[in-house]
Design a protein around this ligand. Structure first.
Ligand code: FAD
Length: 533
């Protein structure tokens, strides 16, 4: 008997005892079960591919990989699991771009969400899984949870519309980012991606397909947004749209001093008139450049030219400090003559308010798509250099504004001072009032908090241990110093860690888990709940 046949048989032995049709919704008919089992691949290549993620740190081999052709297939798979004396785990996998095994399921079944896309032949035509309401204001698009944001961008641009908030990298799925939060440089104004969703379709851990919104099954709606895949599989999201700009002035401003850097960032995120653009940037992020990156690291950048990198290296040496900083801003505009001429004036006026190092403002004029897909281009370069598929021990944390200078002193000028430069460090503030506290994602308890991303790669095998030690030291520092931080894209080794992570939200989180996934079969790779069988 082949492995696949044995695997199928393991279900059939159970299901053959079941009636061919049943009034009990959790018990699939044998024919349905056969159809579902036939969509589970147990091929070695498929299970090995689904045993790893972008992080390359955790490995967990599933028994099979499920290729649904419709959301109802996912519901049927979950019901099949529940019909077993010992249910198997079910883990939705978008692009598998998590860093610590969050989309893996050792011994369970990984749902390859992208199969839904492969079976959706209508999506390019603007219907299928891209239903749209074009009326502005109030425009939205319905997208499948399996869709890549880059595809959502292109589909909506056909109507001169686009979602309002973007992650830095677009080759990841709608379901994957909405299960976490989805943050980026537009979040200061519009909140994270989860604050820009009107409705969801979710297949719950009880195998039911439920539509939810703030007005309908709202507990599931708020639970699933940022819910780490614990309550159900998101199969559709209705995303708010705005008129899409055509072009972007993409700006980097260098700082040698963290106080000027953060106070300018905070000034920029306070410029956010209701309803859209105003006098500030439409996008605000920032980076910390450890000086060794400039003086000893790889001397290439997709943004800076070689002479500009030399200028920055000179600044790094002159400051004598461990780090310099850049604000990254973007100003949207349309390419008609009037807007194009006024945007430069608007930028000039804005720059006059800021305290970057004189002469170190760098401006690029790019298309909106090129701006949004900038990390996609970096990916191609990193792939060519053979440094994309390497371990990524990423650590993302939200740090309250009141402690960001302590964090800077302890981490960038302390723990990471003089360490080997291996990757990117992001640091930018967001406004808490753009987050809805009913949603699951945990955030610090302050009006403004910073997203700090230590996005580092272990290019050499020995780097991984060192980077993990540094991550542990950073967390230990935050803990010791009482910095009320929260992890983003969280990973905790113990239930206590998760309780602390969710804080006041924990009891609600656990109660909703009991309601929507009572046998804890969904998304075991997050390591929060474990099925008791
Ligand atoms: P997966 O890794 O496949 O899944 C993530 C989690 O969600 C898993 O637990 C999975 O089981 C669950 N899940 C997947 N699909 C569904 C679904 N349909 N319904 C319910 N649960 C589901 N994040 C940001 O917020 N901002 C950024 O700027 C940003 N930049 C990034 C840049 C790069 C290069 C990379 C690799 C990641 C970045 N991320 C960023 C993190 C990214 O948003 C998350 O890792 C996201 O989960 C990846 O999406 P995915 O489709 O690969 O999800």
């Amino acid at each position: 008997m082949t492995a696949r046949a044995a695997y199928l048989a393991s279900f059939l032995i159970v299901t053959s005892f079941l009636p061919t049709s049943s009034s009990h919704s959790h018990v699939p008919a044998v024919t349905d079960a056969l159809d579902i089992v036939s969509k589970i691949s147990t091929e070695h290549d498929a299970t090995i591919k689904a045993s790893m993620d972008f992080g390359h740190i955790v490995r967990a081999i599933p028994s099979g990989v499920f290729h649904p052709t419709s959301p109802s297939d996912i519901a049927a798979l979950i019901r099949l699991s529940l019909s077993q004396p010992k249910p198997f785990a079910v883990a939705p996998r978008g692009r598998g771009h998590s860093a610590r095994g969050q989309a893996l399921a050792v011994g369970g079944v990984v749902v390859d969400m992208r199969s839904l896309h492969d079976h959706d032949h209508d999506h390019r035509a603007g219907h299928g899984r891209y239903r749209m309401n074009n009326a502005v204001p109030g425009a939205w698009v319905d997208v499948g949870g399996e869709q890549l944001w880059i595809d959502v961008l292109h589909a909506t641009l056909e109507h001169d519309l686009a979602p309002r908030v973007w992650t830095d990298y677009l080759h990841i799925t709608v379901g994957g980012t909405l299960s976490n939060g989805g943050i980026g440089g537009q979040a200061f104004r519009h909140g994270p991606q989860i604050s820009n969703v009107h409705e969801l379709d979710v297949v719950t851990g009880t195998g039911e397909m439920v539509s939810c919104s703030p007005g309908k099954n709202s507990d599931l709606f708020y639970a699933a947004l940022g819910g780490l895949g614990q309550f159900g599989v998101i199969t559709r999201a209705r995303i708010a749209l705005e008129p899409a700009p055509r072009r972007v002035l993409w700006v980097r401003l260098a700082y040698s001093d963290v106080r000027s850097f953060t106070s300018d960032q905070e000034l920029l995120i306070s410029k956010r008139p209701a309803g859209g653009c105003g006098s500030g940037f439409d996008y605000v992020e920032g980076q910390v450049q450890l000086n060794r990156t400039l003086t000893e690291g790889r001397r290439s950048s997709s943004f800076f030219s070689a002479p500009e990198l030399d200028q920055l290296a000179r600044l790094a040496v002159a400051t004598g400090s461990a780090a310099i900083y850049y604000i990254e801003g973007a100003m949207y505009y349309d390419d008609d003559t009037t807007t194009a001429s006024s945007v430069n004036q608007k930028l000039e006026t804005l720059l006059e308010e800021l305290s970057f190092v004189p002469g170190l403002a760098f401006v690029r004029d790019v298309s909106y798509v090129d701006f949004l897909d900038r990390v996609g281009r970096d990916e191609q370069k990193l792939r060519s250099a053979g440094v994309w598929d390497v371990p990524h021990p990423w650590l993302n944390i939200f740090v309250p504004r009141s402690r960001i200078l302590d964090f800077d002193a302890g981490v960038f000028k302390g723990i990471l001072k003089g360490t080997r430069p291996v990757g990117l460090i992001l640091m930018y503030p967001m406004n808490k009032d753009r987050w809805d506290d009913r949603m699951t994602t945990a955030t610090p308890d302050e009006d403004v908090f910073y997203a700090v991303g230590l996005l580092r790669s272990a290019v050499a095998a020995a780097d991984l241990e060192q980077l993990e030690r540094e991550n542990a030291a950073v967390l230990e520092f935050c803990h010791r110093e009482g910095i009320g931080y929260r992890q983003y894209l969280p990973s905790h080794a113990s239930l206590d860690g998760w309780r602390r992570h969710f804080g006041e939200k924990w009891s609600r989180f656990a109660a909703l888990k009991r309601k929507y996934d009572p046998r804890a079969i969904l998304t075991p790779g997050q390591g929060i709940f474990f099925s008791a069988g």
